[in-house]
Write a protein that binds this ligand. Structure first.
Ligand SMILES: Cc1ncc(C[n+]2csc(CCOP(=O)(O)OP(=O)(O)O)c2C)c(N)n1
Length: 369
């Protein structure tokens, strides 16, 4: 299993990836931002200010390390546990909160579940709720890039639970046969809701599954951001130069529950969670940065304070944005609205539009019928 930074922050200089101090600090800042976003998301949901949330605490190294390898021409198919991918691609925090709140500034007009990221400007493809459904789409985009002679690479993130779905097989097989420029990044966080990895597969590992499809699979320490970066960079470079797909299995742990609808204490012990909290990817990277003299304790605290302040300000600002106009319920499915939908829209306007909670916004857009 590839590891660059050991649990205490010590490292092997022979395997350190080539990253500037500026890059290392940026990666650190992204990890801290994701950690804070998780705390904020949980608290907003518990207060009824957003409808649903899925935490990715403990998986920050995976999200940031894998996405840091991409260039603007590449495509990302993140998981709901990858808000960090969005940040690294350049999506502003405000857009992430618009998505979670489903307000009128949200690109998807509030039609996606919260944390089901999708941002066209940053080539982040909106994810499908059915697990693994996006994998054949990712391979299709990679195939199209190859077909057109473009140099873009596709990064598709999945959980280990997704590897039990038929779409995983279809995607891996097609990618292997057509040598598509795609990197499958599996965040093995040990659980698919309540199902532990040992009951997910009888295979020796997830990584080994790649062999059956004719390409390379590697296992890495998913709580070591430099191992994540190094393995993904090599897979992305290989894909870009025509070497075909790779599968990376990053061993990590989901510290929080599956979602805000879950109580993980029912199916796993507090001792197990404590053990993994001691393997925190952010603590480890902070220790590494301090050992190398890149950041001091004081600077680190300042970083956290800045992120806190920025996030609170963003939430305050985005909460003022109204929900999407009710009229948008009827748009974007057909290029020309068919008669039955028009009738439904008119009926809605008559019965609900004027008196409903969003009646005012609805009335403002009569032209969209
Ligand atoms: C096809 C399908 N089956 C079941 C579900 C319900 N479901 C949502 S998330 C999830 C667990 C997925 O686990 P994994 O792929 O390991 O990702 P993780 O949640 O651990 O990040 C399940 C079973 C679903 N969304 N789609």
């Amino acid at each position: 299993m590839l590891q660059v930074i050991r649990a205490d922050g010590d490292f092997d200089p022979k395997v350190e990836p080539d990253l500037s101090h500026e890059d290392l600090l940026k990666m650190h800042r992204y990890m801290l931002t994701v950690r804070r976003l998780n705390e904020k998301g949980m608290s907003l949901q518990r207060q009824g200010r957003i409808g649903f949330f899925m935490e990715s605490t403990g998986q920050e190294a995976c999200q940031i390390g894998m996405s840091y390898t991409l260039t603007p021409i590449d495509w990302a198919f993140p998981s709901y546990r990858d808000p960090g991918t969005c940040l690294v691609r350049g999506v502003p925090l405000s857009a992430l909160f618009d998505q979670m709140m489903g307000n009128s500034a949200d690109e998807a007009k509030g039609r996606q579940m919260p944390v089901h990221w999708g941002f066209s400007k940053w080539k982040i493809v909106s994810l499908s709720s059915p697990i693994a459904a996006k994998l054949p789409h990712a391979v299709g985009v990679a195939y199209a890039a190859k077909f057109r002679g473009e140099k873009s690479v596709v990064l598709a993130s999945l959980g280990e639970g997704a590897t039990s779905q038929g779409e995983f097989h279809a995607a891996m097989n097609f990618a292997g046969v057509y040598k598509t420029p795609v990197v499958f990044f599996c965040e093995n966080n040990q659980y698919a809701i309540s199902l532990p990895t040992r009951r997910q597969t009888a295979s020796e590992s997830i990584a080994i599954k790649a062999e059956a499809y004719g390409f390379e699979g590697v296992q890495i320490d998913g709580n070591d951001i430099l191992a994540v970066y190094k393995a993904t960079k090599s897979a992305v470079d290989k894909a870009r130069s025509g070497g075909g797909p790779s599968l990376i299995e990053a061993i990590t742990y989901r510290i929080g529950g599956h979602s805000t609808s879950d109580d993980a204490s029912v199916y796993r012990s507090a001792e197990e969670v404590e053990l993994w909290k001691r393997r925190d990817p952010i603590t480890r990277f902070t220790a590494y940065l301090m050992k190398k003299g890149i950041i001091s304790d004081q600077e680190n605290k300042k970083f956290i304070e800045q992120i806190d302040a920025e996030m609170s300000a963003v939430v305050k600002e985005r909460e003022k944005i109204p929900p999407p106009a009710a009229s948008t319920l009827f748009t974007d499915v057909y290029s020309e609205m068919p008669w039955h939908l028009r009738e439904e829209a008119e009926e809605f306007m008559r019965d609900e539009g004027e008196n409903g909670p969003q009646g005012e916004a609805y009335e403002k857009e009569p032209g969209s019928f």
